[in-house]
Design a protein around this ligand. Structure first.
Ligand SMILES: Nc1ncnc2c1ncn2[C@@H]1O[C@H](COP(=O)(O)OP(=O)(O)OP(=O)(O)O)[C@@H](O)[C@H]1O
Ligand SMILES: [Mg+2]
Length: 288
């Protein structure tokens, strides 16, 4: 009994010790599709990079991923190659503009449940290596949520929900947040109002959304910022250049710069314990 208590005490002590530096993991999500998640994830990543952060952009929009297309790149490898060719995670990381690290979406992750145990543990080991290499890892998710997608969302340190001011987009963002907090009521959630007609409009809509969330879901979300509807974004997408690089004076570029600056000024150091690490959470969620 004493032995058990001692072991338990030791375990708790170890758990409470801070573990080595680990990336902050962020899932970029939405309810409705086509609201600007990938463009946000890409341009936000580039802005974090310009603040000398080590960033990995991980396209998890399985089967529909297009991060590489938005950068005008053609990726040689995806996550599925990691298993089929016994590659390490380092082998599948590609380099985009300004040296941005990214992993292109594969079509293997949607079969996680069917993955052999040995493959799973290989997968966890690769992820462990990954979180120790970067300051930020951003997951660009598909619209809505798949079962595997939910594991990544819930294992992340925070979620950024992208919506536009359209009622359909807002309603779906609400549904998405409700879904996430029904699994984890403590998940930090930030909201970006993308394609806003004007700054004041955006502020008003964000405030209304915030009120609805706190009234009906009883949680606090954080308004991360507003990105105006800007035709430069469409032009940049057509030219396959991230909009912050296409025209850094455009209103969308200026908005995302401000969002990144505020984000970095406000973000706190994570008080991480072993059990709250990304890989540990992912393991627990999948084992459930
Ligand atoms: N701020 C903006 N101003 C104008 N157009 C925008 C803006 N943001 C996104 N768009 C338009 O919306 C399109 C879709 O954007 P994006 O691919 O980033 O959305 P998504 O949410 O990732 O879509 P999916 O759900 O299919 O993954 C872009 O190609 C662009 O034309
Ligand atoms: Mg996308």
């Amino acid at each position: 009994m004493v032995k058990h208590d001692q072991a338990e005490g030791l375990r708790r002590k170890l758990d409470n010790q801070r573990i080595p530096k680990q990336a902050k993991t962020i899932s970029v999500i939405s309810g409705k599709g086509g609201v600007g998640k990938s463009n946000f994830a890409l341009n936000f990543s580039l802005q974090l990079l310009s603040h000398q952060k080590k960033v990995l952009l991980f396209d998890l929009d399985v089967g529909m991923g297009n991060i590489d297309i938005l950068m005008g790149m053609r990726s040689k490898r995806t996550i599925i190659d990691m298993f089929e060719e016994q590659l390490t995670i380092h082998d599948i990381i590609e380099t985009g503009p300004n040296g941005l690290s990214y992993i292109a979406a594969g079509s293997g992750l949607n079969h996680f449940f069917k993955m052999e145990e040995a493959d799973k543990s290989y997968f966890y080991d690769q992820y462990k290596a990954l979180v120790e290499m970067y300051d930020y890892i951003l997951f660009d998710m598909g619209a809505g949520v798949t079962e595997d997608g939910l594991f990544f969302i819930l294992a992340s340190d925070e979620c950024i929900v992208i919506t536009t001011p359209e009622p359909t987009s807002i309603t779906d963002a609400y549904g998405m947040i409700k879904h996430v907090v029904s699994h984890d009521s403590m998940m930090p959630i930030q909201v970006v109002m993308n394609r806003s007609a004007g700054y004041q409009d955006g502020i008003r809509t964000l405030r209304q959304f915030d009120n609805v969330i706190s009234t009906f879901l009883n949680i606090d979300i954080k308004a991360m910022g507003i990105i105006p509807d800007d035709k430069t974004v469409t032009q940049a997408v057509i030219r396959q250049v991230p909009y912050v690089l296409f025209n850094d004076k455009s209103s969308a570029a200026r908005a995302i710069k401000e969002i990144t600056f505020n984000y970095l000024s406000n973000s706190k150091e994570l008080n991480r314990t072993a059990s709250s690490s990304f890989v540990q959470k992912l393991k627990q969620l999948i084992a459930r």
